[in-house]
Design a protein around this ligand. Structure first.
Ligand code: MN
Length: 198
């Protein structure tokens, strides 16, 4: 199965001034595309040639013989998920069940944001911060490099890419400013809510 770069759910310049067109041209057009290209190369004549992206991730996780396949497949999945977590009309507040679950777990949206930001800032080096569903509750986790919570049975709801390539053009070394902007102006709470399992 040939994997393809999924369409971005908005224009390359749609997230300005928070994330520039230049960042999306590089991050989506080059980095994400490269993970897709490398994945397809690694799949040639592999036992996973007909597997879905999720199957590849789950079946290669933790197996050093398949580190390249895992890293590229997971990065393809993580980036597609990240793009959908962002919106030109993002930010604001969640509503409905998601709002109730956040308030039950964290006390308030502000406390959630503070804890999510801490996860983003304490992920040493490259990786991701996530809001995940665990049963009927929520949890913040962080993963290094290409790792994804789905391999631990956790359901991803929201992610922030904290690899330097996600923010260096716009924020240089200021990861805290990127995360603040992500939370204040970019999170697509409707998409996050749609990921909840009943
Ligand atoms: Mn990235």
């Amino acid at each position: 199965m040939q994997h393809t770069l999924p369409k971005l759910p908005y224009a390359l310049d749609a997230l300005t001034p928070h994330i520039s067109k230049e960042t999306l041209e590089l991050h989506y057009g080059k980095h994400h595309q490269t993970y897709v290209t490398n994945l397809n190369k690694l799949l040639v004549d592999s036992e996973f040639a007909t597997a879905s992206l999720e199957e590849i991730i789950l079946k290669t996780s933790g197996n050093s013989d398949f580190a390249g396949l895992f890293n590229n497949a997971a990065q393809v999945w993580n980036h597609t998920f990240y793009w959908h977590c962002l919106s030109p009309n993002g930010g604001g507040e969640p509503t409905g069940t998601l709002k109730e679950m956040i308030e039950k777990k964290f006390g308030s949206l502000e406390t959630f944001k503070a804890e999510f930001k801490t996860a983003c800032l304490t992920q040493f080096g490259s990786g991701w911060a996530w809001l995940v569903q665990e049963g009927s509750s929520l949890k913040i986790v962080k993963t290094p490099n290409a790792e994804t919570p789905m391999t631990k049975g956790l359901k991803p709801l929201l992610t922030c890419d904290v690899w330097e390539h996600a923010y260096y053009v716009d924020y240089q070394n200021r990861r805290p400013d990127y995360v603040d902007t992500f939370l204040a102006h970019l999170v697509n709470w409707d998409f996050v809510a749609q990921q909840l399992d009943d």
